[in-house]
Design a protein around this ligand. Structure first.
Ligand SMILES: [Zn+2]
Length: 303
């Protein structure tokens, strides 16, 4: 059913020429930040192949810089998944310098991103994401999972220190907190620690300044923005849908949350922004989406 919907939407959007219209009307002079998690090299290659003659690839640090009349793309990945290391040849092939936002206490450790651990999956990840952070951690602890404990039985889900070292000349590594909590469900000191300590940890792992941050699940509010500034970051990337330009709030950068398994056609359809809007409507988030358009941004999305 899902794939049939995709197929219909894709054909309709591509038939009307929507991608070219969007590029000409909205994207020109602006930067689309693409958000991936854990795509395969073949999928990413197909997406870059589609883009390479249509856009200019720029690093994330230029997301809110002045326009030059061309559509621009900044490529980002969240979490620091171990298989991201396989994407390096694709980055080099297309001359793309991506930003990978890492969970700094999970990568370079023998640990598992908490929502990928079987104990969390059995307990229900969606429910856990919405819980107060200390209650979530207490429940996971009671079930036998501690985010800060080395777990030899579990599958290592983050990039290793050696993989990061190999990718370092071609990739900007930045922060996605230490352990990926829902920031708005943290106490203030907890939230600040996740931001500030992660900054130090990323700098220690990578050996370069850490100045950019991505909010876990794209969930944030004005408190999170204030704490991010206080922690010394220069930008914060959300999952709110849209393009960026020199007028954009650097702590509320918008993005296109691309589904990792997208065909090149479905990718092109998502870049119009229309399918992302439909996803919100389909998931019954009309109220939330309305609030996002007309009030301060806040969003609930994938990891
Ligand atoms: Zn994430």
């Amino acid at each position: 059913m899902k794939s049939l919907m995709r197929e219909i939407l894709t054909r309709a959007l591509l038939f009307t020429g929507a991608p070219a219209v969007v590029r000409a009307l909205f994207w020109r002079d602006r930067v689309a930040i693409l958000l991936y998690h854990d795509p395969t090299p073949a999928t990413l290659d197909a997406h870059f192949q589609y883009l390479k003659d249509k856009v200019e690839f720029v690093p994330l640090s230029q997301a809110n810089s002045r326009g030059n009349g061309r559509p621009r793309v900044a490529v980002t990945f969240d979490d620091g998944h171990v298989r991201n290391a396989n994407l390096l040849p694709v980055f080099i092939k297309y001359g793309v310098r991506p930003t990978i936002y890492i969970c700094s206490s999970v990568v370079a450790h023998e640990r598992t991103h908490w929502w990928l651990h079987p104990i969390a999956k059995n307990a229900g990840v969606k429910r856990l994401i919405r819980m107060k952070n200390d209650e979530r951690l207490a429940e996971l602890d009671a079930r036998g999972f501690r985010q800060d404990r080395l777990d030899e039985a579990a599958t290592i889900s983050g990039l290793s220190a050696a993989q990061i070292e190999a990718m370092r000349p071609y990739v900007d590594f930045q922060s996605h907190t230490r352990f990926h909590p829902t920031l708005t469900r943290c106490e203030e000191d907890e939230c600040f620690e996740e931001m500030a300590v992660s900054k130090v940890e990323v700098e220690r792992i990578v050996g370069k300044p850490c100045e950019h941050f991505a909010y876990p699940y794209g969930i944030y509010g004005s408190r999170e923005v204030a704490l991010l500034k206080a922690a010394g970051y220069k930008t914060g990337r959300t999952t709110d849908v849209g393009w960026n330009d020199e007028g954009s709030d650097p702590f509320r950068l918008k993005a296109f949350d691309i589904e990792d398994d997208s065909s090149a056609q479905w990718f092109a359809a998502q870049l119009t922004g229309l399918t992302l809007v439909l996803r919100y409507l389909r998931l019954g988030r009309i109220r939330r989406f309305g609030a996002r358009l007309f009030a301060r941004p806040q969003s609930l999305n994938r990891a």
